[in-house]
Design a protein around this ligand. Structure first.
Ligand code: HEC
Ligand code: HEC
Length: 317
């Protein structure tokens, strides 16, 4: 009996020591570094008027919520208030053309590497920012064209990005489940809009990455195989609204009760463009896609009605 107890005591001691060693390791290692991703060579982006127009629309829809600072009226970044406080204090970076405090010194290759994988030019894993794994090369080039343009949002602005104060939890997560996405080989080409369901999938997965917020949780999302994310498009991912109150993303599958199966395409268009849902006004962090075309809203509608319907009920208030 005595020896068993001694043995168990020893084992417990060992477990504690191992746990402490792991905690120390995570704390010392901090946010991990990785080899800088090798993405295919990016041809010089011409910055045609069509590219600039598309780029502005995409940056407005997919980057501005985090990077646009209302005080500077430029993409100098700000503290992210809609990420759970247990992650620490996280700031979106200055991505204006300033060579020191912005991305003026980054090559297009480095920018694409970061957008696709989450790894920066210095190898440090960037926190919280979504990975645009399946955004088409055409869309990515449009984003680059906009970042290099003369638009006031991107003009060099020397506002420094404060140092990230990531919590122990976020350090532990980035050392375990929150990982960079490997580079997907081959060109990324969006399907033709004439095929509404395929184009809608592209918009939801590739261009606007809606599934990232609208599946069960960030930590169980699958960036390489989005449809394998737990609760794909069934909502319930707990985010924070602008007052810091918890807000669940909604079920946007075609289930008639729990999802949007009983909506018309026009109702979805109003929700996406103006934040007007049949359930009432939609709050941040649901982005407003005011420049979405009919072609886009209709394709998203066709795709959402076609995905597997999930019963997950998310409280609407
Ligand atoms: C959910 C918020 C969010 C969205 C959306 C987002 N970002 Fe970021 N981004 C961040 C955060 C936070 C950082 C800083 C992370 C860090 O330092 O670990 C960052 C960093 C960056 C960096 C690296 C800058 C540097 O100096 O390290 C670039 C470039 C960038 N973002 C570009 C973009 C572009 C382009 C888009 C849209 C296609 C975008 N981001 C969308 C939150 C976001
Ligand atoms: C940054 C996270 C985020 C992203 C990205 C996002 N959503 Fe949302 N969405 C939300 C949240 C949170 C709500 C709930 C808002 C509320 O309760 O007021 C919501 C609500 C909705 C609703 C309302 C559903 C209802 O039952 O009223 C629809 C439809 C919707 N989103 C579709 C989309 C589509 C399509 C995309 C991509 C184009 C998208 N969302 C991108 C977070 C997000």
């Amino acid at each position: 009996m005595k020896t068993t107890l001694k043995f168990l005591g020893g084992l417990l001691g060992l477990v504690v020591v191992v746990a402490l060693a792991l905690a120390l390791y995570v704390q010392l290692r901090g946010i991990p570094h990785y080899p800088v991703p090798q993405v295919p060579v990016v041809a010089a982006v011409a910055g045609t008027p069509a590219q600039l127009e598309l780029g502005e629309k995409l940056v407005q829809a997919s980057c501005a919520d985090c990077h646009l600072n209302r005080q500077t009226n430029a993409l100098t970044g700000h503290q992210l208030l809609d990420t759970p406080p247990e992650f620490g204090t996280i700031y979106a970076a200055n991505i204006t053309q300033d060579p020191t405090h912005g991305i003026g010194a980054w090559t297009d290759q480095e920018l694409v590497g970061l957008l696709r994988t989450g790894i920066g030019r210095d190898g440090r894993y960037r926190l919280i920012m979504p990975h645009f794994v399946y955004m088409s090369d055409e869309d990515v080039h449009a984003v680059l064209a906009f970042l290099h343009s003369g638009h006031p949002w991107v003009k060099a602005n020397p506002t420094p990005t404060p140092a990230q104060q990531s919590s122990f939890l976020l350090k532990a997560l980035t050392n375990s489940v929150m990982k960079p996405t490997p580079v997907v080989s081959g060109p990324q080409i969006a399907p033709a809009p004439a095929n509404a369901v395929a184009y809608g999938r592209y918009l939801v997965v590739g261009r606007y990455v809606c599934y990232d917020c609208h599946s069960k949780a960030f930590k169980t999302n699958n960036a390489l195989h989005p449809e394998q994310s737990v609760g794909y498009l069934g909502g319930g991912n707990m985010l924070l609204d602008q007052q810091g109150q918890p807000i669940g993303s909604r079920n946007i599958t075609g289930d008639a009760d729990a999802g949007i199966g009983d909506w018309t395409a026009a109702q979805l268009a109003a929700a996406l463009r103006f934040g007007q849902s049949p359930h009432g006004p939609l709050r941040a962090p649901m982005p407003k896609h005011s420049t979405m075309t009919d072609e886009e809203t209709q394709a998203i509608y066709a795709y959402l009605q076609a995905v597997p319907k999930l019963k997950n009920v998310v409280a609407t208030r």
